[in-house]
Design a protein around this ligand. Structure first.
Ligand code: GTP
Ligand code: MG
Length: 329
């Protein structure tokens, strides 16, 4: 995917006030609404900006155009594109087999990786393992960074983190300190927390390299459960996913999200389960894997969707030390 230039290239992108018509007063209004940079401004619509900033639509349109111009929104040349790909980083899953499914090095930055599957299939355990492994040095498969864990179901367990940390020979307390956990109480709160992450990266300079959202869809599913609400739910989910992608792109972060399945009675053969959010989530996710229980205590991951990888399967184990190739017994 070709994306716009952003602040992560050189770290000296001009601020909002470099745009004609936007003074410090308007800039702080925008910031209060979660728009911190030219990218945020460039993707706004003139009426939205006009309302938010209290300026006329003509001024708003000019400002947006200026921001787009400065961002060279849309295209970049091949060399620039190549340079961007070069700073992609990877996080090992803890299993060579599962890393192999993702092309060899685990999950990657500037991408959304979605794991969906039934309860107990290992979605949360993989997420917890990644929050530990992201802290590993590069040569051991990590990204030398911190993790954010957005917990919608109250499944974050510090004790599990400590066990997984011990498994890689790290100091459990230090590892725990590098994981920023927030409980999202509903979908609006979950959405709001994304802005917080951007803030943490930009203002506090936190070296966040991984964002886990467990689960991506549970709140949306619960809150928009009526028949007539499906379109609203999908629209909200769609917007959320776009924000996620923007976070991944702008700050070179890896994003791992979990998703539940629902029974699909229309399917007669194979595994009759479908991911919640369907195509909306599927299209936004860069990598999509389906997790299920396999034989003899294994878990099996199947690559459902990936830009340039075959539809393979990989087996792994859930152990006290997180995701591994070897059985815990
Ligand atoms: P839901 O969130 O309910 O949809 O499921 P999930 O896919 O998130 O499942 P999760 O990742 O929580 O996996 C739970 C499974 O992990 C359990 O059934 C156990 O098999 C395994 N598990 C969890 N903790 C441990 C542990 O300490 N040791 C071992 N060996 N397995 C564990
Ligand atoms: Mg779970």
């Amino acid at each position: 995917m070709v994306k716009e230039k952003d602040d992560s290239d050189d770290g000296k992108e001009p601020g909002l006030t470099s745009i004609p018509g936007i003074g410090p007063g308007i800039a702080s209004k925008l910031e209060a609404a979660g728009i911190y940079d030219l990218m945020g401004l460039a993707v706004m619509s003139p009426p939205a900006l006009s309302e938010l900033a209290g300026v006329g639509e003509a001024v708003a349109r000019k400002a947006i155009q200026a921001a787009r111009g400065m961002m060279k929104l849309g295209f970049m040349d091949g060399a620039e594109f190549d340079k961007r790909r070069a700073d992609v980083h990877y996080i090992t899953t803890g299993s060579k087999s599962l890393d192999g499914l993702f092309g060899g090095k685990g999950i990657e930055s500037r991408a959304i990786t979605e794991a969906y599957g039934a309860f107990g299939s290992g979605k949360t355990q993989l997420g917890l393992t990644l929050t530990v492994n992201v802290q590993l040095p590069k040569e051991r498969g990590g990204s030398e960074g911190k993790a954010v864990y957005i917990d919608t179901e109250g499944t974050f367990r510090p004790d599990r983190i400590k066990q997984i940390a011990e498994g890689i020979g790290a100091n459990p307390e230090k590892v725990l300190k590098n994981i920023l956990v927030a409980r999202a109480f509903n979908s609006d709160h979950q959405i709001l927390l994304l802005d917080k992450i951007t803030e943490m990266i930009k203002e506090n300079n936190e070296p966040i390299k991984l964002v886990v959202i467990d689960s991506l869809t549970a709140h949306f599913r619960a809150e928009f459960s009526g028949r007539g609400q499906l379109a609203d739910r999908q629209q909200k989910l769609n917007k959320y996913l776009h924000h996620l992608m923007k976070l991944a792109e702008q700050h070179n972060v890896a994003i791992y999200v979990t998703n539940q399945v629902m029974a699909n009675p229309a399917m007669m053969f194979g595994d009759p389960t479908t991911a919640i959010g369907g195509n909306i989530v599927g299209h936004a996710s860069t990598y999509r894997v389906y997790l299920r229980r396999g034989k003899q205590g294994t878990r099996v991951a199947k690559m459902i969707d990936a830009p340039n990888l075959p539809e393979n399967e990989a087996a792994f184990f859930l152990t006290p030390h997180g995701v591994r190739d070897e059985s815990p017994e």
